[in-house]
Design a protein around this ligand. Sequence first.
Ligand SMILES: [Zn+2]
Ligand SMILES: [Zn+2]
Length: 350
Amino acid sequence: MDTNVFIVLLLFAGVMLRVVLIGLVAWFIVPRRKVCPHCHAGTMALVTSPVLGRLRLQRRWCVCGWSGLSKRIPVVARDRESGVPAPFVFAMMTVGFSTACAPPDDPVRQLFTESERWVDLTHAFDENAVYWPTARPFALDTVSWGMTDGGYFYSAFNFTAAEHGGTHLDAPIHFAEGRQAAHEIPLDRLIGPAVVVDVSARVGDNADYLVSVEDLEAFEDEHGRIPDGSILLLDTGWGRRWSDPEAYLGTTMTGPEAVSQLHFPGLDPDAARWLVEQRAIAAIGIDTPSIDSGQSTTFESHRILYEQNIPGFENVANLESMPVTGGYVVALPMKIRGGSGGPLRIVGAR
Ligand SMILES: [Zn+2]
Ligand SMILES: [Zn+2]
């Protein structure tokens, strides 16, 4: 044989060997994909080419939009034997997919699978929970506690409290006749994206601080416009004083004469007006006992916001744990029919 021909054949064999090796490695890398990378449910084989068939590979797809290469998965013999028409099997499988298979980065799905991202924004209700000086505080009375005659443990309590105390809802009807009561507030005002305006550095120890239009504008200069439909949370830093009622409320007195002694930050009525006229927030929350400051006697911010059916959340906790933007809030109050407010469990996701 000619030396040149021999060298060419040798080179050709070398190339072919590499192609076969790469092919083998690739074949081993391709997984057997009954489940697509984003879904919990099965995938469907597409009509496949004879070449892929020889290689025992096939293209598969999922209703979430994924399609890709997979090692061939034999058709389950049962389907053939049962004589069920193929379109019926296909339809059944599609139904199966659409309930179990979600798009790759569904934010709601992520929210509920990554539970470490949840933050509790609620103070626990106990005898120390802060209530308005004229309101009935929270009380838990024991109905039953201990072993029963039946040999099992049983506990039950009665609780009493005013609507407005602890971490709670202000329904719009609290200060605006004809506006929504607690049971009428649409869920999309209670659940949604949140924006946290941190004014704690400006507030400092000033118990009569009013969150101003300038504060909101300064926030927007840095973080962008407060999005329509968002839940606006005001972090005055006051929430950290919760366990010290005198520092939190300004007084430990109760009764009507205590009201004039209240000192805590609130929202400037001009800022409330700016919010309803210039922006479209779903709800507002604050880490003090009231949307209006302790020294307010006219409760103007309450009246301006609630007139527009914007509910309020008061005594909100742990706002410093929430991101400034990109967070999410679920605020579900007790559904008191006709109520002007009520105990609120509010949580945030970050
Ligand atoms: Zn209230
Ligand atoms: Zn209020």
